[in-house]
Design a protein. Structure first.
Length: 140
């Protein structure tokens, strides 16, 4: 197998790449991790620039209807388009519980997509950790 020496487009590490991958237009990055880091840092993929950011404390909530999505952890996220390829988002349970910045929102029944007010409890970070440790000790 013929290999070619390449330089990673993200971390600048020199690595060996099978020549076959060059024929298929691959090989710009030493690993998937570097490719993902580069893509996240540049926010450019398939010719578009989509920029997502979290709603900042004190920032006004957009008045129009958001899109409801689910993030990788299973929480419901509200997403508003605020400009060309520019989006602002917030986790729905934080809005429903009206949690201050730095406070945690606990789902009483453990279901991350159940955002009814009676299922949400606002706790300090230390209270939240204590609650989960107690529950963990009970289930052992």
């Amino acid at each position: 197998m013929v290999t070619v020496e390449r330089t990673c487009g993200h971390c600048s590490k020199v690595f060996l790449l099978p020549q076959q991958k060059l024929k298929h237009g691959r090989g710009g990055y030493c690993s998937r991790r570097c490719f993902d880091a580069w893509r996240t840092a540049n926010a450019t993929y398939h010719g578009r620039r989509d920029v997502y950011r979290m709603l900042q404390p004190g920032e006004a909530i957009p008045s129009w209807e958001p899109k409801r999505k689910r993030d990788q952890q299973g929480y419901v996220v509200l997403v508003w388009r605020v400009g060309s390829y520019s989006y602002v988002m917030v986790r729905e349970h934080r809005l429903m519980a009206q949690a201050d910045y730095g406070m945690h929102v606990h789902h009483v029944n453990g279901q991350r997509d159940d955002n009814r007010p009676e299922n949400l409890q606002v706790l300090s970070p230390s209270e939240h950790i204590k609650w989960h440790r107690r529950q963990e000790a009970l289930t052992r």
